[in-house]
Design a protein around this ligand. Structure first.
Ligand code: NAP
Length: 253
C-alpha cells in the first residue's frame, strides 16, 4: 500500500511555502501521508516516530518530489525525548507554525477484562503526549499565528463496543482540542480536529486482523484523503478555521 497516489507531487501547488511543520506519527499511515503532502506543498517538515528506517524512506520520497523532510526519532511517551524533539524542530525550521498530532495507538478488548496497563499506554500516546508537546510549542505557534491539527477518530465522537479505552482517550483528546480552541480564540492560533473513520493504514490492517475480516484497503478512506484535509485546513486564509471535520468510508463495510 502506498500512502500517496503517484500523481500527488504533480498536484502540489506549493501553498505552504515559507511554513514549517512538525508531524508526529510520521513513520506510518496518516502521519506519513500528511508529512509528505505538507512537504510537497512547500512546508519544511520535521517528521517524527520511532521507526527510523520508515522515517528515512519518507525523507527520501519527499526529496524526490522536491520537498524537505527532516526525520527525527522520538518516543513521545518520554518527556526528555519530547523536549529534544521540540528543540530539534525549532533548530531545523526556525519556527514551527504547523503542529500535526497523528501518533496514536489502538487496543481493543471488552471492558470486563481489558488490561489497565494498556489503558495507560494508550492515554500516554493518545492524550498526554499531544497535550505536553502542544504546551511546549505553544509560544512559538502563537507567535507564528500557527495551526494545531489533532487526528482524532470517529471513536472520539461515539464509542463502539470493545474499544472503551481507545474511545475514552479520543474523547479526552477532543476535550483537549476544544478547550485549547477556546483559549486560543483571538490569538491567531487555529485548532482543527479531524475525526477519521476506518482508514487504510497498518493500524487498521491490525484491527481487521483482530476482527477476523478480510483486509480490503480499497474500500477504506486512504491516508492521502486525510492528508488533503490537513493541508486544506492549514492553507485556509487566516480569517477561517476548519474546526472539526468527520471523514468516513463511503462504502458499506
Ligand atoms: N487508521 C484508522 O482507521 C484510524 C481511524 C481513526 C483514527 N485514527 C487515528 O489516526 C492516527 C494515525 O493512525 P494510523 O492509522 O496512521 O496508525 P499507524 O499506521 O499505526 O501509525 C501510528 C503512528 O504513531 C506512531 N507512534 C505510536 N506510538 C508512538 C510513540 N510511543 N512514540 C512515537 N510515535 C508513536 C507510530 O510510530 P512508530 O511505528 O515509528 O513507532 C506511527 O507512526 C492515530 O491517532 C489513530 O488513532 C486512525
Amino acid at each position: 500500500m502506498t500512502s500517496t497516489p503517484p500523481a500527488a507531487e504533480n498536484l502540489a501547488t506549493h501553498r505552504l511555502h515559507g511554513r514549517a511543520a512538525l508531524v508526529t506519527g510520521a513513520s506510518h499511515g496518516i502521519g506519513r501521508a500528511t508529512a509528505l503532502l505538507l512537504a510537497l506543498e512547500g512546508a519544511v517538515v520535521v517528521a517524527t516516530g520511532r521507526d527510523e528506517r520508515a522515517l528515512a524512506s519518507l525523507a527520501t520520497e519527499a526529496r524526490r518530489g522536491g520537498g524537505v523532510v527532516h526525520p527525527h526519532r522520538a518516543d513521545l511517551t518520554d518527556g526528555d525525548e519530547r523536549a529534544r524533539l521540540a528543540d530539534i524542530a525549532r533548530r531545523a525550521t526556525g519556527r514551527v507554525s504547523i503542529l500535526v498530532h497523528s501518533a496514536g495507538v489502538h487496543r481493543s478488548d471488552p471492558l470486563a477484562y481489558a488490561s489497565l496497563a494498556r489503558f495507560d499506554e494508550q492515554f500516554a500516546v493518545n492524550v498526554h503526549a499531544p497535550y505536553a508537546l502542544t504546551q511546549r510549542l505553544l509560544p512559538e505557534l502563537t507567535a507564528a499565528c500557527g495551526d494545531i491539527v489533532f487526528i482524532n477518530s470517529t471513536q472520539g465522537i461515539s464509542a463502539s463496543a470493545g474499544v472503551s479505552q481507545y474511545a475514552a482517550t479520543k474523547h479526552a483528546l477532543r476535550a483537549v482540542a476544544d478547550a485549547l480552541r477556546a483559549e486560543a480564540a483571538g490569538t491567531g492560533v487555529r485548532v482543527s480536529t479531524i475525526f477519521p473513520g476506518r482508514t487504510a493504514t497498518p493500524m487498521q490492517e491490525q484491527i481487521f486482523r483482530n476482527e477476523g475480516r478480510q483486509w480490503n484497503p480499497d474500500l477504506l478512506v486512504q491516508p492521502h484523503d486525510i492528508a488533503s484535509l490537513v493541508v486544506t485546513a492549514v492553507a485556509l486564509p487566516a480569517r477561517a478555521e476548519l474546526s472539526e471535520v468527520v471523514i468516513r468510508p463511503a462504502c458499506k463495510l
